[in-house]
Design a protein around this ligand. Structure first.
Ligand SMILES: [Fe+2]
Length: 126
């Protein structure tokens, strides 16, 4: 059995702002202080530990698999907030979603430039 991811660190200019941005989009809990982190627990037991970073932030990619009804809710919050979104990671298709693998997908950037993706169907890898 492969190891299950337990937590990872997401670098941020403001750890609570970064964690709250995602928490508000997904309808998640208020991030909690845990040592130097703003910790955001996710479905499946993975925790994102947002950490303040004063130096350059390298953009990370975080992809979330969500049910269709949650995608509707998340996409509604994206459009309510008038956030820019894309159908692709290269930002070639603005204000569109994709329909890859029989599902729906959308990309947004968080306040730190991390690329956040929401999909309703996982990638199919042959
Ligand atoms: Fe992805």
């Amino acid at each position: 059995m492969p190891a299950r991811l337990d937590h990872t660190i997401v670098h941020s200019r403001d750890r609570f702002a970064g964690a709250r941005f995602l928490a508000e989009l997904i309808g998640g809990p208020e991030p909690k202080r845990f040592g130097p982190f703003a910790s955001l627990p996710l479905e499946g037991g993975v925790t994102l530990d947002y950490a303040d970073e004063r130096g350059p932030i390298t953009s990370q990619h975080l992809a979330f698999l969500v049910p269709e009804d949650e995608f509707d809710e998340i996409f509604g919050r994206i459009t309510d907030r008038e956030l820019p979104y894309w159908a692709d990671p290269a930002h070639d298709k603005p204000q569109q979603i994709n329909h890859l693998f029989g599902g729906r997908g959308v990309y947004i950037d968080d306040p730190d430039g991390h690329s956040i993706e929401f999909i309703t169907h996982t990638y199919v890898i042959d």
